[in-house]
Design a protein around this ligand. Structure first.
Ligand code: SF4
Length: 324
């Protein structure tokens, strides 16, 4: 923390992942309170990804006090969620997650994280379920190990979900699909995206054993370790940032040769590094599935901003950014 604060300027974000990070709530408190103590002049943003089962009054008050961005995993309706997320007793966690969300929503305003996998492809129903519970911010991710058939089901359900989303926005029933919000803001602020998440450039993951990786998804893959808790940490990180910067802008890479003629190249940011590494052994390839989802989202965003009436669009953009 000291290192980041000394060398990296005026703002920083810290995200807590697990397993389930709230098992170590005392440690989270310690880290946040220490960070607040040594970095008064720096803007901080705290984020946590949790299964939502351990939330209580003390934790919710703490999250509210430090303006945490809380992401809760909820994979579909009760039947689907409980089939994959259950306690040691075998009892599913859906009811507890729902109850905690509804109890603490006024304090934590959580984002619902839906993970799509072979057993959960109907993102149309998943989003409807999350909205019915009360979630107003929804992030969708998919498991790169899905079978081709299941991915096709997901793609088709995603298309249907986006069509229903458009109708909801037209009717003034606003909620946020995070990927669409990101596209809108990139368009609005005319950003040229060369990396989807900026892992290895503006974002690193500190693993429990003190080693540092580009991203939480690659923790434990030895050859992708960026650094350990070493004296020359700053040099190692700086060299790595330069390496990633060079790679994502390198014209000869596989990713660039395939993306160069794409009209969406500066809105997309290319394939997730971990998905790419898993499929090809390289961070910098283009993966067809990521590409097809990215195109679907960008085409939807463009259709939306060009066809919604101006008043609704303005209200929707204001709604999307009201918490940030
Ligand atoms: S949409 Fe596909 S082709 Fe276009 S930039 Fe993204 S990954 Fe490349």
């Amino acid at each position: 923390m000291k290192n980041v604060i000394e060398h990296r300027g005026y703002s920083m974000g810290i995200t807590f992942f697990g397993g389930e990070p709230l098992i170590s709530f005392d440690k989270i408190k310690e880290i946040v309170e220490y960070t607040e103590m040594i970095s008064e002049t720096i803007t901080k943003r705290y984020t946590i990804v949790t299964n939502g089962t351990l939330m209580n009054d003390e934790i919710a008050d703490f999250m509210e006090k430090y303006h945490f961005r809380v992401t809760v995993s909820l994979d579909g309706d009760k039947t689907i969620h409980d089939a994959y997320r259950f306690f040691a007793s075998g009892c599913g966690s859906y009811d507890m997650v729902k109850e905690n969300y509804q109890k603490y929503n006024s304090k934590i305003q959580a984002i619902c994280r839906i993970t799509i996998h072979n057993g959960n492809t109907d993102v149309f129903s998943d989003v409807k379920n999350a909205v019915d519970i009360g979630f107003r911010n929804i992030a969708i991710g998919f498991d790169s190990k899905m079978s081709d058939d299941k991915f096709r089901d997901f793609y088709s359900a995603y298309n249907r979900m986006l069509m229903a989303y458009y109708e909801d926005i037209q009717k003034g029933n606003f909620y946020v699909i995070e990927s669409i919000k990101r596209n809108i803001n990139n368009l609005l602020f005319q950003r040229r995206i060369s990396s989807r998440c900026n892992a290895g450039r503006a974002y690193f993951t500190l693993a429990a054993d003190g080693s540092i990786y580009d991203c939480h998804r690659v923790v434990g893959i030895k050859e992708l370790k960026v650094a350990q808790d070493e004296d020359n940490l700053k040099t190692l990180i700086d060299d790595h940032i330069q390496f990633i910067n060079k790679k994502v802008t390198e014209k000869k890479s596989d990713r660039h040769s395939k993306c160069n003629f794409c009209p969406f190249v500066y809105l997309c940011g290319g394939t997730c590094y971990q998905h790419s590494y898993e499929k090809t052994g390289s961070y910098f390839s283009r993966i067809e599935r990521d590409c097809s989802i990215s195109k679907l989202e960008i085409e939807f965003t463009l259709k939306m901003v060009t066809s919604l009436d101006k008043t609704t669009l303005k209200e929707f953009i204001t709604y999307c950014n009201k918490k940030d």
